[in-house]
Design a protein. Structure first.
Length: 156
């Protein structure tokens, strides 16, 4: 297995992983992003994200998508949007290799924090993150304002 930076040509396989993750997270119809969106936003003049992929026998079997954020307390930080491993390939160290690559990238960049979300029922992931030294915050809540909510708020 090889972990490397994703190429634009990897985006169709990365999108398939994203769709598989949506099914795992019980949101099978939630993915609206397209291959063209991923190519434009990740490989244009001002990329909004970068992606690492795990490749096994010329097949993309995992991906980690990250982007920079700015913390008023810490400065530039990294957000791990998704870490995905094909269901059939889980349990082979692929997720850990991608996770390690993300942490190495953040460390090499001199960043002071990497942040991400994890579903409260994903106990295996939570145990892994805690074993790695990450802190799973119990007192913070993730807040989303979706497209419909934005529209309603702006028209109220």
């Amino acid at each position: 297995m090889k972990v490397r930076e994703a190429l634009k040509t990897d985006m169709p396989q990365v999108l398939e992983l994203i769709k598989e993750l949506a099914i795992f997270e019980k949101e099978p119809d939630a993915v609206e992003v397209t291959v063209q969106d991923l190519e434009r936003e990740g490989f244009g003049e001002n990329p909004l994200f970068m992606c690492f992929v795990a490749e096994l026998d010329s097949e993309i079997v995992g991906a980690a998508l990250v982007y920079y954020r700015f913390s008023t307390w810490k400065g530039r930080t990294l957000h791990l949007e998704d870490l995905i491993v094909k269901e059939a390939k889980r349990g082979n160290g692929i997720g850990e290799a991608l996770y390690k690559q993300v942490m190495k990238f953040a460390h090499d960049q001199g960043l002071k924090r990497v942040a991400w979300d994890v579903l409260d029922w994903n106990t295996g992931a939570i145990r892994f993150y805690e074993r790695s030294g990450a802190t799973v915050l119990k007192t913070w809540r993730v807040v989303h304002m979706d497209e419909k909510g934005l529209e309603n708020y702006m028209n109220s």
